[in-house]
Design a protein around this ligand. Structure first.
Ligand code: ASP
Ligand code: MG
Length: 407
């Protein structure tokens, strides 16, 4: 017997037929003798619809009321799933965020979970009643309804799993796991049986958008074993686990790409203390999230270039900020390019291996792909290249690191 939290996303909850299918999956776990809590998303498209109403009512709406509106999508699906379970003979009841309660910060529309009262939940589960919990919602200390930010049901599920000390948190979604890379680019990409929390974070932040990033951070902190699997087939999924659990470590776990960045080069800044702060200070104040940063050392001239990337949608705003700070920074000119892509190879195995980056550089060089910037972390090497080479680079690297599935 195990204690399991099952989470179903919007596609799995879209309509009564699919909710019945979800109920069957829950029943299977109950019949196997497990204690089960289920966390659900709103029906696919529903949250967008509710957000649209708020915008239509007023472009500058009160976020506390926005939360009251958009949290309703999950209230509907949790009640419907409880009904569907009862109909097939599985005792079940819904526990809304305010009923547990799930306490959050008061940052409406992007609240963070602080605490979940697990007592009644555990009691209910132990007595054989499935607890159905709407994801995405919580309650402030002032008893106002909050939501956790888009995609937040994943985080709800992991938080519930941590609170009830679940053996597993199964996240059912419309993909059947985490792959070595995007199978649309590399048909021979393989599904990973296991991936570590850290790798998952790197893969998620560079575009493998299976789980909300915050849910992975929370799982890592609380050591919740997460499984990503499909609600539309019965294949085993991918486990997201602690590094200790991964016995035979591949050198590279996956290849990710990101086309949402743009490159800025500040030409001829003085190489002296304070200059970099003068560049990134105003950008930070403008809430621009800077990613890769490369700075050269000045030689005779005492001047050098600084290159970095920002989200593509923030490029115009960043250039504006830098233009206004021209006096304070002191540069000759600014160059920018949004025709770039970031390609990353990720794997905890590279901690203990030399030559990982070199394999990447060589493979790209052999195809004539120029590298414009490089950053590394303990478990990741990223390069910036021209966007038109994205697919080619991903394919070449997938092969170079031996990740292709046997034909
Ligand atoms: N329904 C919310 C959203 O669409 C939360 C979730 O599904 O995770 O963002
Ligand atoms: Mg989601």
């Amino acid at each position: 017997m195990a204690r399991i939290v099952m989470k179903f996303g919007g596609t799995s909850m879209a309509g009564i037929e699919r909710i019945r299918n979800v109920a069957q999956r829950v029943k299977r776990e109950v019949d196997a003798g497990n204690e089960v809590a289920v966390v659900v998303s709103a029906m696919a498209g529903e949250t967008d619809r509710l957000v649209g109403f708020c915008r239509e009512a007023s472009p500058l709406h009160d976020l506390a009321e926005y939360d009251a509106v958009v949290a309703s999508g999950e209230q509907v699906t949790s009640g419907l799933l409880a009904i569907a379970l009862q109909t097939i003979g599985v005792p079940a009841r819904s526990w809304l965020g305010w009923q547990l309660p799930i306490r959050t910060s008061s940052a409406h529309s992007t609240a963070r979970i602080r605490d979940i009262e697990a007592g009644p939940l555990v009691e209910s589960m132990a007595s054989g009643t499935v607890a159905v919990i709407p994801g995405f919602q919580g309650l402030t200390d002032e008893n106002r309804v909050t939501t956790l930010g888009r995609g937040g049901s994943d985080t709800s599920a992991v938080a519930v799993a941590a609170a009830v000390k679940a053996d597993r948190c199964d996240i059912y979604t419309d993909v059947d796991g985490v792959y070595t890379t995007d199978p649309r680019i590399v048909p021979r990409a393989r599904k990973l049986a296991k991936v570590t929390y850290e790798e998952m974070l790197e893969l998620a932040s560079v575009g493998a958008k299976v789980l909300q990033t915050r849910s992975v951070e929370l799982a890592m902190k609380e050591k919740v074993r997460v499984q990503v699997l499909s609600s539309f087939n019965d294949l085993p999924g991918t486990f997201v686990v602690d590094e200790d659990e991964v016995v035979e470590q591949e050198l590279i776990t996956g290849i990710a790409y990101n086309r949402n960045e743009a490159k800025i080069t500040i030409v001829q800044v003085a190489d002296r203390p304070g200059v970099v702060a003068a560049i990134f200070g105003p950008l930070a104040e403008a809430n621009v999230n800077v990613d890769m940063i490369v700075q050269n050392i000045a030689h005779d001239t005492g001047r050098t270039d600084v290159t970095f990337t920002v989200p593509r949608t923030e490029l115009a705003r960043s250039l504006d900020v830098l233009d206004k700070a021209r006096e304070a920074i002191g540069y000759q000119k600014i160059l920018s390019d949004d025709n770039v892509a970031k390609i990353s190879v990720v794997g905890v195995g590279m901690r203990s291996h030399a030559g990982v980056a070199q394999t990447m550089f060589k493979a790209l060089a052999d195809r004539g792909i120029n590298i414009q910037a490089i950053t590394t972390s303990e478990i990741k090497v990223s390069v910036l290249i021209a966007e038109e080479y994205t697919e080619l680079a991903v394919r070449v690297l997938h092969t170079a690191y031996g990740l292709d599935a046997a034909a």
